[in-house]
Design a protein around this ligand. Structure first.
Ligand code: FPP
Length: 267
């Protein structure tokens, strides 16, 4: 983190500034949630970092940096509730279009996060995974993620899946290409291609489909995120910006999820 940000964060800590709301304190433990209906896989579009920073007269990267702290908070919250898979949209294949300095900052976050948190993730039996295209990612980003993936590969608790350089249309085209090649070589009959075959060619092939999708910041779109996998997921949107998203907000999303009746097209 640069010196300006360091100073700002220290000052805010001294001021005792906290983004937690009174509501979040009262329902922090989520005791009212049904333990038998916790979504197995929660996917999150962590949006609103830039706007959070702008609203405070800060550079956008301050929003991303605070967003990283929310990653820790929500990973712990998901783990406590017994969520099995948590997928976080950390960088899309379209995010390369952002200013160079912002992209560089975003690329450093996995390394910073993992250098701070890997020991605790290990202690909590969390398994780190990455879902995305390795090409284009800087070596230091990839090295940090791969080290975490390797060190945690035998952990059996929450799977923390970072969508990094991830794009849904791109992965679907790639899956279609694989199937087309196998069909062209005579290995498979195009008429036999199933949904499961298509899913098997996606970057998410080792994960179940998300049960719940959360998007923060008031935007109501999918932004090229898990388009195939979210076919029957429940969606929950909030106006809260990601850096302010608390454990209580997470519980609110799960509470709403538990009120929904999932019918998968049936009655
Ligand atoms: C979208 O919000 C968010 C991103 C492009 C990056 C999200 C990344 C993090 C929260 C940190 C990830 C941390 C780790 C450990 C990988 P935006 O910046 O587009 O917000 P805006 O719509 O308000 O501009």
């Amino acid at each position: 983190m640069n010196r300006f940000l360091n100073g700002w964060f220290r000052k805010k800590q001294q001021d005792g500034m906290t983004t937690r709301t009174a509501a979040s304190e009262s329902s922090r433990d989520g005791n009212d949630l049904s333990p038998t209906d916790i979504p197995r896989h929660v996917a999150i579009i962590m949006d609103g970092n830039g706007r959070w920073a702008k609203a405070r007269g800060l550079p956008r990267i301050a929003g991303h940096h605070n967003g990283m702290k929310t990653v820790k908070r929500i990973t712990q919250a998901a783990d406590r509730l017994g969520v099995r898979y948590l997928t976080l949209y950390a960088f899309s294949t379209e995010n390369w279009k952002r200013p160079k300095a912002e992209v560089e900052f975003l690329m450093k976050l996995p390394q910073e996060f993992l250098s701070l948190e890997l020991d605790e993730l290990m202690r909590n039996n969390v398994r780190v995974r990455m879902m995305g295209v390795r090409e284009l990612l800087p070596d230091f980003t990839l090295a940090a993620v791969e080290e975490a993936v390797r060190k945690t590969e035998n952990n059996t608790g929450l799977v923390l899946n970072f969508a990094l350089n991830y794009g849904s249309r791109m992965e679907m085209v790639e899956s279609a290409r694989q199937l087309a090649r196998r069909a062209a070589s005579g290995e498979i009959d195009p008429n036999d291609i199933s949904e499961a075959d298509f899913s098997a060619g996606l970057l998410s092939c080792e994960l179940p489909d998300p049960d719940l999708l959360i998007r923060t910041s008031g935007e109501l779109r999918l932004s090229n995120f898990m388009l195939w996998q979210l076919a029957y997921s429940e969606f929950w949107f909030t106006d809260v910006y990601w850096p302010e998203f608390s454990e209580a907000h997470f519980h609110e999303a799960i509470r709403e999820y538990q009120r929904r009746a999932r019918r998968y097209g049936g009655l």
